[in-house]
Design a protein around this ligand. Structure first.
Ligand code: ZDR
Length: 279
């Protein structure tokens, strides 16, 4: 099976143009094997580039643990670069069908290559049932208290199609976020589990983030998460609607526009191509 390896700020993906099987169980197992860093290619997720029914192309993203995510912000920049450079689409702006709805990447080219991608990520969803988060009423869950392993953290819940819990703290360095991450990811308040982000506001337009991804653990960056972080930081009254989000793997620019859509801009990098042997 031919594949391409891409990354967006070190959040890395294997991209394939065809589904190797129609059996969903086999597909999940394949994602685990390919993403394994010792026995496979190694990646945070496996992305399929498929023909769409509501848009020219459709993206499916399986996490390293085999579970399917609704959307992937860093992944869709890689997807867009792949689609353009391999002539699957011929416009600078196009629509991609995902489980989180239609997402619109716009390409910035340099010497015919895609250098950066700005993605219209759609509207953030805040109602508890849309995250989903339970036990905090039916409206938005902003700065709510969650008891985790005897400690209390304050979180804001945001869906960018996939679930995010955002925890704003004064000092990231002194926070045991790698211990808290998996406990929040699996907390019964999140029936579909959750991505978890720990944020320190360096300035109102500069947000420092550590990421604990659902189904993948600590990763170098999270695109949907960067959008959720901005929304949560604005809602809690501390950030501007346009900010730089600094992740371990690099920076993304995120804007929450007047039309309520979130626009995320960042790089996508092609690392290598290969052939994966199934047997
Ligand atoms: C965080 C993510 N890599 C991105 O860039 O948005 C998305 C991957 C999917 C995530 N682990 C989830 O929602 O399960």
């Amino acid at each position: 099976m031919n594949f391409a390896k891409f990354h967006g700020l070190g959040n890395d993906f294997v991209l394939m143009e065809a589904l190797p099987t129609t059996d969903e169980q086999e597909l999940r197992q394949l994602a685990r094997r390919i993403c394994d860093r010792n026995f496979g290619v190694g990646a945070d997720g496996l992305i399929f580039i498929l023909p769409g029914s509501k848009a020219p192309l459709r993206m499916r993203i399986l996490n390293a643990d085999g579970t399917e995510a609704e959307m992937c912000g860093n992944g869709i920049r890689c997807f867009a670069k792949y689609a353009h450079e391999r002539n699957l689409i011929d416009t600078d702006e196009f629509e991609v069908e995902t489980l989180a709805g239609i997402i619109r990447p716009r390409l910035f080219l340099a010497d015919g290559q895609v250098a950066e991608v700005c993605v219209d990520m759609g509207r953030p969803r805040l109602q508890a049932a849309d995250i989903p988060v339970v036990g905090f009423g039916s409206g938005p869950v902003i700065n709510a208290e969650l008891v985790v392993a005897g400690a209390t953290v304050k979180f804001t819940a945001v869906s960018m199609g996939n679930p995010h819990a955002v925890i704003i703290v004064d000092d990231l360095d002194s926070l045991p976020w790698q211990e808290l991450g998996p406990k929040i990811e699996m907390h019964p308040a999140f029936p579909r589990k959750t991505n978890v982000h720990f944020v320190q506001l360096l300035k109102p337009d500069q947000l420092l983030v550590k990421v604990w991804e659902r189904g993948a653990g600590p990763t170098l960056a999270c695109g949907t998460g960067a959008c959720a972080v901005l929304v949560a930081s604005v809602l809690t009254g501390t950030a501007k609607r346009e900010a730089q989000v600094e992740l371990p793997g690099g920076k993304l620019r995120v804007r929450w526009d007047e039309d309520d859509h979130i626009y995320m801009t960042g790089p996508a990098v092609h690392v290598f191509d290969g052939v994966f042997h199934l047997a």
